[in-house]
Design a protein. Sequence first.
Length: 127
Amino acid sequence: MKKITTLLLVCVLLVGCVFTLASCVFSAGPITIISGEYEADLALAEYELSFSPLGKITVVEDPIIGDSKTHEGKYKVNSETKEITLTWEGDGPSELVLPNGTSEFSYGEKDGAEYIQIGLVTFKAAD
């Protein structure tokens, strides 16, 4: 009986530690977590962005001429300065749309649809 009680207490402490660490990661000051899928249909290409809550981004760039390309990278949002930093693994998407480095960032809801804006490009939440 003593072993079961000890094991139960250890499990409770481990779960508490996991939740404590998770709360530190997901509420680290001015950092904003994005998750979900967003899209933009621009003149030369369509873009589909997929954000992971763990800081990863996947972009499918589908130009009107040529084959579609998938780009992967990492993102970090600072809601205090209203900026997003994108770091691409290998070649990234068009620099005009999603530049490597830090850009202005905003998000919200307009006309009942959720959106994010990176630089001058607005991406709407995918249906």
